[in-house]
Design a protein around this ligand. Structure first.
Ligand code: SAH
Length: 346
């Protein structure tokens, strides 16, 4: 099925065969530069606008919009074709506006501390479904007189397990929506072949790796894919990415009380960070609560102490402000209202 943000330019051209040629440009510009729905494309004749509404349907149906943090964090719950649900988060900061997009309905990576992992995998998203999340969030931002500047692939799903649609969406956001590749960040649990391919693709996007543990024993337990792609090999892939892209490498580290917030964890992590020519940056965040994981996040003091210890050892670390915890829009809390299994043993 052809959808509004799934249609390629050629497909659009085919849909508009009976129209003057310049219509394709007008519609494309309307969709991507002006972020307009067809009914609002005033440059087009009325009949064509109405026709476009039918032949270019949206692929996301808004189920619910939830707002928090003084109207600066907005979570969208969407229903997809086929009935599955996903979430998108818009975060407004004084100097930028960031959209956090989902790449899959659910996730197969099974990280026990993540609500999406607890819910399991449903299906991959298409390019159009990913791009439309950004466009719809941008339309919302526009209504607040703000422009989306950054996109992070940190919503539901594993981007590098859905590589082609994710890459095509990056190209679309860069070429047609006009976002700088430097303001696009792909976050991965650490899928090495995907990181290698990302390194060889043309656009210089940022890479974030959800590390959470700096030794294989602990990481095997927290992030199961580590058994296939262990830390040493993962760091080699990260290094390859840095060498070819000259972009920022960030490690995500959700601090879990008594699990990965000990002085020994900081020592191991600092060592890894310093092993790169340009030291990796660590984003620290206290683990957000999810229904299926009992251990809680580290206390505020512990997070600060861990950060200080890292910085003291020459690592580059910051504590990330936690947005949207009260509306379950924060990191690891996106589950799109799916029932979350409490016991994961089978
Ligand atoms: N699958 C990709 C994209 C998701 S990004 C990835 O793993 O990178 C979502 C981020 O939130 C990841 O860094 C993930 O490890 C982190 N996260 C998951 N559960 C969390 C939780 N309960 N609290 C804080 N961060 C969490």
């Amino acid at each position: 099925m052809i959808t509004r943000y799934g249609a390629s330019r050629d497909e659009l051209q085919n849909l508009l065969l009976n129209e003057p040629r310049y219509r394709v440009d007008q519609v494309w510009k309307g969709l991507y530069t002006e972020l307009n729905a067809p009914e609002d494309m005033t440059a087009l004749p009325k009949a064509l606008r109405a026709q476009l509404v039918d032949i270019l349907p949206n692929s996301l149906t808004l189920v619910e919009e939830v707002i928090s943090d003084d109207d600066t964090t907005i979570k969208f719950l969407w229903q997809l074709d086929g009935g599955s649900r996903i979430e998108t988060v818009l975060m407004i900061y004084p100097d930028r506006a960031t959209v956090c997009v989902s790449t899959q309905a659910g996730c197969a990576m099974a990280c026990g501390f993540c609500a999406t992992g607890q819910a399991g995998f449903t299906r991959h998203l298409t390019t159009g479904e990913i791009v439309e999340q950004v466009v719809r969030a941008s339309q919302r931002a526009k209504a607040m007189d703000r422009r989306v500047s950054n996109v992070v692939y940190m919503g539901m799903g594993e981007p590098l397990a859905n590589e082609e649609p994710v890459w095509e969406s990056i190209v679309r956001l860069h070429e047609d929506v006009g976002l700088s590749a430097r303001h696009l960040t792909v976050s991965t649990v650490g899928i090495i072949p995907g990181i290698n391919r990302l390194a060889s693709r043309p656009l210089p996007v940022n890479l974030a790796v959800s590390l959470h543990a700096a030794n294989d024993n602990l990481r095997d337990a927290l992030v199961p894919i580590n058994r296939r792609y262990p830390i040493k090999a993962l760091m080699e892939a990260c290094n390859g990415f840095l060498e070819s892209k000259n972009r920022r490498l960030t490690f995500e580290w959700a601090l879990i009380d008594g699990v990965n917030d000990r002085p020994s964890d900081a020592i191991e992590l600092a060592q890894i960070c310093r092993s790169f020519r340009v030291p990796a940056h660590v984003n620290l965040i206290p683990l957000n609560p999810t229904p299926g994981y009992e251990v809680r996040g580290s206390s505020r003091n512990q997070v600060q102490a861990f950060c200080d210890q890292l910085v003291g050892m020459g690592a580059n670390a910051t504590i990330r402000r936690n947005r949207g915890t009260d509306i379950a829009a924060a990191c690891g809390q996106l589950a799109a209202g799916q029932p979350v299994q409490i016991s994961r043993s089978k």
